[in-house]
Each structure stands twice: as structure tokens, then as C-alpha cells.
Design a protein around this ligand. Structure first.
Ligand code: TYD
Length: 236
């Protein structure tokens, strides 16, 4: 397959294929945190995240969530539908961690009686500020039906994945999703991997996500692999 690089993100590269409706996404070993200030290559992360994302996207598709995922191409590459991305990030939180603790003065680990939903603007230069639906409408980042759809699907994903991780002895603390347009309709895009969510062991509260990298807890990819194994994913 002929491919040419069209976009290079912090951890993934996007290549155009011969088919203008499809892209190849390559998951690299690069890890970044604190808006790119902390940077490192973590051996095998690209491989693990590629297969982790494929597994989750397939589970979501089985449950009726429409995603951009088509198929795995290699250890570190998957074929996806080419989306026109909406520049917002949809975050759902089941437990207090990260940004919300500081912002609202909450104790880390507090369980929310109902999940919290937040929008952030995808803008590295601004440090991904939190925004609301009024901003999204005023600045035309998405239409009213699209906002409704992203919110609904992000909560549906929460039901599906909270159960999937719970069955593996893990708490889905919070996560981020991104959506994009394909032939006029929205699909779930980007990725779902331990890079974009928080996962804690139900009993010990041990950290199994990117906070291991952010907080220098060590063996980041080893923990991602353990999550993969616990949810039933065999890495090739
Ligand atoms: P949040 O606590 O707002 O971010 P931080 O810990 O960086 O202060 O993030 C909530 C969840 O969403 C967490 O699992 C990380 C994920 N997330 C991203 O992966 N990228 C982002 O740009 C944002 C805003 C969140």
C-alpha cells in the first residue's frame, strides 16, 4: 500500500492511502505529558496501544457504537476511515482525579454519584482549556445535534467500558474521546488506550494508565500490557 504522511501528532502519525476515504494510523512509542514538556520513547507502547485500541473499538462496535476503526494492518498500524475531526475532547469522569481535583478542590478517588461530563478545546498552544456548549456553538466547532450526539455516545461508552474494566478488576476513573465527521455523520475517532484514560486496580487502587508516565511511577508499558491481558486481549 502506498502511503504519505499527512499529520504527525505527539504519539501517532497519520498517513494518506490510495483511497481518499481512508488513513493509516501509526502508533509510535513516543510518550508526552504536561503539554509536551515531558517526552520519552517507551519501548513497545505503539504496539500495545494499536492492539489495545483495536480491541476496544471492536467491543464498542459490537455494542452499536459507530467508530472509524476498519482493521489492524501491522503491529503498530491500523486502517481507519478518514474523519474531519471536531476540535473538542469529550471527558467523562466516574471518580475524581487529575484536573478536576485541583479545579474544584476535590479529594482524589472520590466516587461521583453520577458521572461528570466535560468538554475541552483541542488546542495545544492554549493547553486544552475547558469549554462549554455555548463556546462550541458560538465558535462553530460543532452543530447542536453533534454536541448532543457526542455527549450521548460518550456516556454509552462509559456504560460499556466501565463494565468491561470492572470485570477485569479495574476502575475506569475517567477518559477522553474525540469524534469526527464521515459522510456527514459523526463517528468515534482518535483512540481508546491507557494513554487517554485512568484505570486503577479495584482493590489496591494501583495506577495502570498514563499517570505512571506523568508521575514517574515506572514500568508504564508493562502495566498497559497487564491491563490488556486482564481484559482478554492477547498481544501478537
Ligand atoms: P484531566 O484530568 O482533565 O487531565 P490532566 O490529568 O491532564 O489534568 O483528564 C481527564 C481524562 O481525560 C484523563 O484520563 C486524561 C484524558 N485527557 C487526555 O487524554 N487528553 C486531554 O487533552 C484531556 C483534556 C484529557
Amino acid at each position: 500500500m502506498k502511503k504519505s504522511l499527512i499529520y504527525q501528532g505527539k504519539a501517532k502519525s497519520v498517513y494518506q492511502t490510495d483511497n481518499s476515504n481512508e488513513v493509516v494510523i501509526e502508533y509510535r512509542d513516543d510518550a508526552t505529558a504536561f503539554n509536551g514538556v515531558k517526552k520519552e520513547a517507551l519501548k513497545d507502547k505503539g504496539h500495545v496501544n494499536n492492539l489495545f485500541n483495536a480491541y476496544i473499538m471492536q467491543k464498542l462496535e459490537e455494542r452499536g457504537v459507530k467508530t472509524h476503526f476498519i482493521k489492524v494492518l501491522s503491529e503498530t498500524e491500523s486502517l481507519m476511515k478518514k474523519l474531519q475531526m471536531i476540535p473538542v475532547e469529550c471527558v467523562v469522569r466516574n471518580y475524581a482525579a487529575g484536573g478536576i481535583c485541583k479545579r474544584l478542590g476535590l479529594e482524589k478517588g472520590m466516587k461521583f454519584e453520577r458521572p461528570v461530563f466535560e468538554f475541552f478545546l483541542k488546542d495545544d498552544a492554549l493547553g486544552d482549556p475547558m469549554i462549554n456548549t455555548s463556546h462550541i456553538l458560538t465558535f462553530n466547532w460543532a452543530a447542536p445535534e453533534e454536541i448532543k450526539y457526542m455527549r450521548k455516545v460518550t456516556f454509552t461508552v462509559n456504560d460499556i467500558l466501565s463494565k468491561l474494566f470492572d470485570d477485569a478488576g479495574l476502575l475506569l476513573v475517567d477518559y477522553k474521546l474525540e469524534f469526527g465527521r464521515f459522510n456527514g455523520a459523526l463517528l468515534l475517532g482518535d483512540e481508546f488506550s491507557p494513554d487517554g484514560c485512568r484505570l486503577w486496580d479495584k482493590q489496591t487502587k494501583d495506577v495502570f494508565d498514563k499517570d505512571r508516565f506523568r508521575q514517574d511511577l515506572g514500568d508504564v508499558v508493562g502495566h498497559y500490557k497487564t491491563v490488556a491481558k486482564r481484559i482478554g486481549l492477547t498481544l501478537i
